[in-house]
Design a protein. Structure first.
Length: 468
């Protein structure tokens, strides 16, 4: 499903799904609150009706008692009629009480009605005073019981509402928590689906920038990003073809230059040998200039061919596990005579480190750094070469005592054929490809090489992964 969606569609779908989940949780919470509010209103209305009915029942019972006692004394029919009206009102209140809390009454309503009939029958009886008093006492006791039952019913209803409130609170809390977790899960899922192709594109662009053109570019994810990955892979192939064309052209041009250059050097040699006749001193000086520049030109052509061969061969690694310290010792031993001839001392400091790399190419890279350091250090100077652990990396530092690198040259110091401004008089003239070869070989191993700012000399650092 995700593969058919574009980046924008997937982003919009993620926002909509997260909003839908959180909105559903909010609507469910609103529904719970509305149901609880309605239940609370019904409970409050029932409690109010129950309290009002109990109060009205008590008042009508008092009216019945007053009318009955007055009738027994005065015998006025109007008082008896008032008793009947009060009884009817009490029964209405009793009916309202029963409607508000039917489970509360049970057989109490029948007992109340029986007591009311007994009181009415005792109004005209000759010996009804005792029966009337007994019936009225029963009515009052029943009223008190109903009042207590009403209060207990209200208390139970309040407890039920509180329990329901707590249950709703817990339910709402779980719903919100689950909604947040599900929303976070959706966000992580869509974030991963969107971030993965972006990282792949970033890695592909980095490979293109570092001239790692042998790795096919594959981008997974939304359709438009996959299409972008295909275009990047097309660009990689085109750059690879252009790089191959450039190498072929350089080889062809170099070969075409070496043929006339060889003829030129042969002609200069014949002139120096005076095969064509004796040379005057000015002519011999001109021939010497021609010979020197022909030699320099041949060196430049050979350096150009060597650099292109190194670039072409950089990605062909023959990996093995070896001790980095032992490799540094061999490099120092190989260049010790050069250092002694320039009165430069080499300080080697290593720790036991084993790396998985191409020992020959790493040796060439470190050897170039050490050769430059010796060449740029003054007589009596010191070159420091050390290796140490740096987490998952092996770090090699090469520090000389020379003039260092100008700040304006730092950004181009690893460019092919670039030579910095600070060139000591004692340094041999180089081709400017040594540091470029260092960078090519180190990057082929997935490592890094950089110029580190320091107080003295030039400080170059190589960082190599311990394993692939």
């Amino acid at each position: 499903m995700f593969s058919r969606m574009s980046f924008r569609q997937m982003l919009l779908a993620g926002f909509l799904l997260i909003a839908l989940v959180l909105g559903a949780a909010a609507m469910q919470g609103l529904h719970l609150l509305e149901a609880f509010a309605q239940q609370s209103r019904h409970g409050a209305d029932a409690a109010l009706g129950l309290t009002s009915a109990a109060q009205q029942l008590a008042e009508r019972t008092v009216d019945m008692e007053r009318s009955a006692r007055q009738y027994r004394v005065l015998g006025d029919d109007a008082l008896k009629a008032r008793f009947v009206v009060s009884r009817d009102g009490a029964e209405s209140a009793l009916a309202a009480f029963s409607a508000a809390a039917p489970a509360t009454l049970g057989g109490v309503a029948d007992a109340w009605r029986a007591a009311a009939r007994q009181a009415e029958a005792a109004l005209d009886a000759a010996t009804g005073e005792a029966d009337l008093r007994d019936a009225l006492d029963r009515l009052h006791r029943i009223n008190e019981r109903l009042s207590v039952d009403a209060r207990q019913w209200v208390a139970r209803q309040n407890a039920t509402l509180l329990n329901q409130l707590e249950a709703n609170r817990l339910r709402l809390a779980w719903q919100v928590l689950l909604a947040v977790l599900f929303g976070a899960l959706l966000a992580a899922l869509f974030g991963w689906q969107l971030a993965r192709p972006v990282k792949q594109i970033e890695a592909a662009i980095e490979d293109l920038g570092e001239s790692r053109l042998d790795r096919p570019i594959e981008v997974e994810g939304p359709a438009d990003l996959r299409q972008l990955g295909q275009r990047l892979d097309w660009l990689r192939q085109r750059l690879s073809e252009l790089e191959a064309d450039r190498v072929r052209m350089l080889r062809h041009v170099s070969h075409e230059l070496k043929t006339p250059l060889a003829a030129l050097r042969e002609g200069v040699a014949l002139l120096e040998d005076e095969v064509t006749g004796a040379l005057s001193p000015p002519q011999r000086e001109v021939v010497g200039i021609l010979r020197a520049n022909a030699h320099v030109l041949q060196g430049r052509i050979e350096d150009l061919l060597g650099f292109n061969a190194a670039v072409f061969d950089a990605r062909r690694l023959h990996r093995s596990t070896f001790a980095l310290g032992a490799l540094l010792e061999r490099i120092v031993d190989a260049q010790r005579l050069q250092a002694q001839s320039r009165d430069v001392s080499i300080v080697l400091d290593t720790t036991p480190i084993s790396i998985d790399a191409d020992a020959e190419k790493i040796g060439v890279a470190i050897g170039n750094l050490l050769a430059n350091a010796i060449s740029f250090s003054p007589a009596g100077g010191e070159v420091s070469l050390c290796a140490r652990h740096g987490g998952e990396w092996a770090i090699v530092d090469c520090i000389d005592a020379g003039p260092g690198v100008a700040s304006d040259d730092a950004g181009r110091i690893f460019d092919p054929f670039f030579q910095g401004r600070r060139q000591p008089a004692t340094a041999r003239e180089g081709s400017g490809v040594g540091l470029s070869i260092v960078r090519e070989y180190v990057q082929a191993h997935g490592g890094r090489v950089a110029l580190v700012s320091g107080e003295r000399g030039a400080h170059f650092r190589i960082e190599l992964p311990l394993s692939v």
